[in-house]
Design a protein. Sequence first.
Length: 476
Amino acid sequence: PILYVKRKQNEPPIVPYWIPFIGSAITMGLDPIKFYRKYQQEYGNYFTFILLGRRMVTCLGTEGNNFVFNAKLADASAEAAYKSLTVPVFGKGVVYDVHNSVLMEQKKFVKSGLSNENLRAYVPMIEMETKNYFSRWDKKSDIQDVHKAAAELIIMTASKCLLGDEVRSKLDESFAQIFHDLDGGFKPVNFLFDDLPLPSNKLRDQAHVKMRNFFMDIMKDRREKGITDRTDIMQYLTTNCQYKSGKKLSDEESAHIMIAMLMAGQHTSSTTTAWALLYLAARPTLFNELRQEQIDILGSLHEPLTFDAIKKLTLHDNVVRETLRLRPPILNIIRKVLRDLPIPGTQYVVPKDSYIQSVLAVSHRSEGYFESAETFNPNRWIDFDQNNKERDDDLVDYGFGVLHRASAKSPFLPFGAGRHRCIGEPFAYVQIKTIIAVFVRMFDLALHENTFPECDFTSMIVQPKSSLVQYTKRDN
Ligand code: HEM
């Protein structure tokens, strides 16, 4: 391999490559973690690789994460990086189609809509949906696909809780197809190229219009019928939200925000649920421990789950956290650099128009931060929190009772940090923990053919290559 581009003065080192323009796309794409680790050893925490003509400056370690997540607005932009992928899917006037200050207001609307009071109402809904869903696994023992199940269940529960009953009731019919077509446009190629004339993009554009109209028709219908007693986000967005300027959120913006939430939560939460169940399948003794935790908190496995009980299920929480450590669904967090940008503590300067990216899985799986980093060990979080008490200023309660490390200097950042940090975390935890809690009441699990699946890095989200499990129904 050689360098086909000239390294600019003080630019971080560039990984040599075989094919002009294509750059390291193929070697990186085959196994990104291996690729990043290899060049981290060779060059340190900052290096550039070429990806289809773009300069991608990879920033690793806690300092690298901090550099990306806390970059100033004038220096680096998320919208410039994500626009071509997201605007056709989410729609105009929201998220990366607006100035960052507007996005901040829109995130606040959603965050207020995901109040503890609403989350409290969601737990029984998720419990019911999960029980109903898994009643289909009605044999004593069989092989099933947990990723497929998780994806179906996450869209059902997210629709029911966030989008509303009307959307949930259409899931088996028209809405599922619209979602499928829209989702087809949410793929890496659209991050790399603007407006490609692909058949899947045509379907995406048609699906966007259908979904927006579908949401707006429900809003109109609710208004005409005077419906105001719902706990979903549609209710919140259409009644309570006003920008600081005094302008109210339009129905179109509300619909686009709902699409953005659906897309942001669907694959992230469903792959996390699938990976968590696969890790559990590889450690059958954890099933008894999880059941015992529920008995300790609730008295028996027959008590209905409540928000307060879910909050207290620490082992369930640590299973989700540990899954997010080893398999953070979003691999690369990317910003486009708007002007030459020095990297603090180094002699490097990132040239304007390059991209900087943080790769969470590298710090999450680094021995420097986590002992036996490749081992799934939910109990490490007990020690992790105790050992890090002196850094309490890093811990933030996002309204869910569980303290999460929020500083961009933490080695564990599955929900990001800084101004673009996820606002879906409390909902995701409630949703995934409730699903797992119901699941362990109903089943025991083992890996199919005793094999833990490898990662598939080809889509936007890191998925298991295979997700078959052997379930055994429990006698209740
Ligand atoms: C942002 C992860 C679920 C809505 C983010 C970011 C990460 C993330 C890493 C930061 C992106 C960046 O800095 O470029 C996750 C994970 C989830 C999850 C791991 C589940 C396990 C959800 C859910 C929702 C949601 C359920 C909606 C209800 C958002 C929004 C942003 C965001 C609105 C802000 C984007 C921005 O400000 O640029 N998420 N997310 N996420 N997420 Fe999530």
